[in-house]
Design a protein around this ligand. Structure first.
Ligand SMILES: [Zn+2]
Ligand SMILES: [Zn+2]
Ligand SMILES: [Zn+2]
Length: 639
């Protein structure tokens, strides 16, 4: 099919011939620099004029896909953005809702295909419930990580929700999508919770979400709903928005790929890859108008000072081409948030709720010399950082493993092959379509060898086998916890997190010995020594149940739950995951908290590793990057 039309570029209307084929759209026009930029930013853009082409023609082509059609419609002067510019109608509400919740629900009901990016603790689940009840879809899916699903189901019960979701994990979504046939029913409403998990467009779950969202657009049009929800309104990389907005509305951002968005948002430098090809290295985000558009430095930087560079020239001629006049830049990162305004509703807790700051309290429990001695032995005999760190964390919680030698075994890590996959090597590199853009994102794929010497056996293929026997040893955290239970006895509600199931069991034993009831939520699921609805008991039955502790692992019980009856969160110990820590800290610091009582977060710190782990979690550093040397150092300071 051929179409004669005009594209609006800046102030000009440029005649364009579009030829639609099955997979491609050919775009023919007389040379125009602005229009070339537009076409280049589309997905799958290609210039057919190169000599290497089998049939060189002076013509561009782009992928024939929804996102490009959206942008073509825009260039033709139509307004595909209209549904996201529409006025938002304020609904009447029966439930008692916060102003920001009403704003969110109004927004979703007006937009249909959109994202709610609101700090956790702002009541997003209830927002989704209200939309479900008002939109009355024929069928609705709710996708979330397993740990969040249970909490959402509890909220549905709590709010007496008049509607039904079909719940599934991301894994469930992937298999549902793989098994989708022409007779399968397309849901009318899709909720994706923790949508930041879809930031990478190449993962199976992102692709599954994209496919189902596309089906909904096709089947239900403006009567369908695709709602993405994330608790990270300010992701660390602004590129994370790309794949999420593609699921909400393909083509809303004109940049066809994450890599093309990076070209807009960042100053990059083309680098040659030693084994062929090239890639774009990030120099600086365009997030400040005071940055130079060429080098990312400020106006008074030496890059913009000819004199200094001239004097350097005398020493070496290498800096010759560094000098350039300062070129002002546009703050594209802030502009991106503006561009997304119609599609993404951003809500920060500090703007929506008047919550008091969290109060952090550290209880330092000095280890005995014997304890430190055992810890040092663990460090010296550990072959891997994670293995050693895990034993030290357990020791710090009062668990000691005794290893008894028991012959040899084939290395379980490499299965005897002596080598394992190299984490620095990315398999995707070799076959990713946008290789020159996408590769080397964070200089991660610097390794050439896909395998490396096995960390589990040091390349031996076998290793000494040990029998492990666990022994519970005296731990000062126990006494500290008893004191805290006493301190909070009047309030009668505490949350205690432990990094291991063993720690959770230990905390529960202490609770029982202090006459506290308990609810347990960890990798084994939920249980309690009381009958009735767990959360109802905790949140509401203050008279009937004077003292009850919520005890869990941060990963299993850290998400989505509202536990505002407690003014305190006690970390008996942490796990490895900064996200778990961040999420679990929000259990009481949210809607419904007693603002006079505030929210106190207490860490019980025993062995030096407790301090090291806490510090790393706070800085969202990966504990995987810790070395045995650093761990050893933390103990040396303590001697
Ligand atoms: Zn510059
Ligand atoms: Zn091995
Ligand atoms: Zn790569």
């Amino acid at each position: 099919m051929k179409e004669q039309t005009k594209f609006k570029v800046g102030k000009f209307l440029i005649p364009v011939t579009l030829t639609y084929e099955d997979k491609r759209i050919y775009v023919k026009f007389l040379y125009n620099r602005g229009l070339i930029t537009e076409v280049k930013s589309m997905a799958g853009s290609k210039w057919h004029g190169r000599k290497e082409e089998p049939n060189p023609r002076k013509i561009w082509s782009v992928s024939n896909c929804a996102r490009n059609l959206f942008q073509i419609s825009y260039l033709k002067g139509e307004n595909p953005y209209a549904p996201w510019d529409k006025d938002i109608i304020q609904q009447e509400y029966e439930r008692e809702l916060y102003t920001h919740q009403k704003a969110a629900i109004d927004f979703i009901l007006a937009r249909h295909y959109c994202e709610l990016a609101a700090d956790c603790g702002l009541g997003k689940t209830l927002d989704a419930i209200e939309v479900l009840e008002r939109a009355k879809p024929v069928s609705a899916w709710y996708v979330a990580p397993k740990s969040a699903l249970y909490a959402v189901q509890l909220e549905m019960k709590k709010w007496n929700c008049q509607g039904e979701f079909e719940f599934m994990t991301y894994h469930g979504l992937v298999s549902r999508t793989n098994n989708f046939t022409e007779t399968s029913k397309v849901p009318q409403f899709l909720v994706i919770d923790e949508a930041s998990k879809l930031k990478n467009p190449t993962t199976q779950r992102s692709q599954a979400a994209q496919i189902i969202a596309d089906y909904i657009r096709e089947e239900w049009g403006d009567e369908g709903f695709v709602l993405l929800m994330t608790g990270t309104p300010a992701p660390r990389s602004p590129l994370d928005w790309h794949s999420q907005t593609e699921i909400c509305c393909p083509g809303f951002l004109k940049e066809g790929t994450q890599a093309k968005l990076k070209q807009t948002l960042a100053i990059t430098e083309k680098c040659e890859n030693p084994h062929g090809g090239s890639f774009y290295q990030l120099i600086s985000w365009r997030d400040d108008v005071k940055k130079c558009n060429i080098c990312g430095e400020s106006a008074d930087h030496d890059n913009h000072n000819p004199q200094i560079l001239n004097s350097l020239d005398c020493v070496s001629g290498e800096d010759e081409d560094t000098w350039h006049g300062f070129v002002p830049s546009i703050d594209e990162v802030s502009r991106l948030h503006k561009r997304l305004e119609g599609l993404v509703l951003v809500q920060f807790k500090k703007d929506c709720l008047d919550l008091p700051d969290k109060i952090f309290r550290k209880i330092e429990l000095p280890p005995t010399p014997q304890m430190l001695q055992v810890a040092r032995t663990i460090i010296e005999t550990s072959s891997t950082t994670i293995g050693g760190l895990t034993l030290l964390r357990e020791l710090s919680d009062g668990f000691q493993y005794n290893k008894v030698s028991d012959g040899f075994e084939t290395c379980p890590v490499c299965k005897g092959s002596k080598r394992t996959a190299n984490p620095l090597y990315k398999v995707n590199c070799d076959d990713c379509p946008d290789r020159e853009f996408q590769c080397r994102e964070d200089r991660v794929c610097s390794a050439e060898d896909p395998t490396t010497i096995c960390d589990g056996c040091g390349g031996q293929g076998h290793r000494k086998k040990y029998k492990r026997t666990t022994e519970e040893v005296e731990c000062p955290k126990d006494e500290a916890l008893r004191d805290l239970l006493d301190e909070y006895g009047e309030v009668g509600r505490v949350i205690v997190y432990g990094g291991f199931q063993g720690s959770v069991d230990r905390v529960i034993k202490i609770c029982e010995s202090c006459n506290w009831a308990w609810i347990r939520a960890d990798g084994r699921g939920w249980s309690s020594n009381l009958d009735g609805d767990f959360l109802d008991n905790f949140q509401n039955k203050v008279i009937d149940i004077p003292r009850i502790a919520f005890v869990g692992q941060p990963g299993a019980a850290g998400y989505s739950l509202t536990l505002t009856a407690s003014p305190v969160i006690i970390y008996y110990s942490n796990d490895f995951d900064a996200e778990h820590r961040m999420q679990s800290e929000e259990r009481t610091h949210r809607i419904g908290m007693d603002t006079n009582r505030g929210c106190t977060i207490i860490d019980l710190l025993h062995l030096p590793t407790d301090y090291l782990i806490l510090e790393n979690l706070k800085q969202k550093r990966h504990l995987q990057s810790l070395t045995l040397g650093q761990i050893k150092e933390s103990f040396d300071d303590k001697s």
